[in-house]
Design a binder for this molecule. Sequence first.
Ligand code: SF4
Length: 143
Amino acid sequence: MEMNHNLRIFRIDTAGCGGCALELEALAAMPQEGGKPAVEWVSDPSLADLLVISGGPNLRSRRLVENAWKRMPPHAKIAAVGACACTGGLFGQFEQMTGADAFFPVNIYIRGCAPSPQALLAGLQAAMNCRPNKDGEVDPDEG
Ligand code: SF4
C-alpha cells in the first residue's frame, strides 16, 4: 500500500531501561528533509501505520500491545526497537521476558542497545516499504 503521508507511529515502551524510548524521543524532535519530520507520532493506534515496541513485552505490557494492535488498520505493521524488544535483551532473565515476536507478528527488527539514530531512521524507512502482516497471530498468553 502506497502512503501519501508521513509514516504515522504509535509507540509503546514496554519493559527496559528507557534508553530506546529516549532515542525515539530524540528522533521525533529531529527535523528531516525539507524541515519536515520524517515520522509522525500519533496517540491513537487506529490512526497509525506502524506500532513501535521498545523494550521487552512483559506480562503486563503485553496486554497494552495486544489492545493497541487490535485497533490498528489492516495495513499496519510492527517494529521491534532495541535488543530488549528484539530478543529480551539485558532484561530477558526477568519477568519471563522474550522478544516481541514471541507474541506479535513483528515485521521489522531495529537492533542495538540502544539503536543509533541512523539505524532507527533506516529501520523506520524500511517499515514503510515492507509488506503488512496484520493477519499474523497475536498470542499474549504464550510464553
Ligand atoms: S535495548 Fe538497551 S537501551 Fe533499549 S530498553 Fe533495552 S537495555 Fe535499554
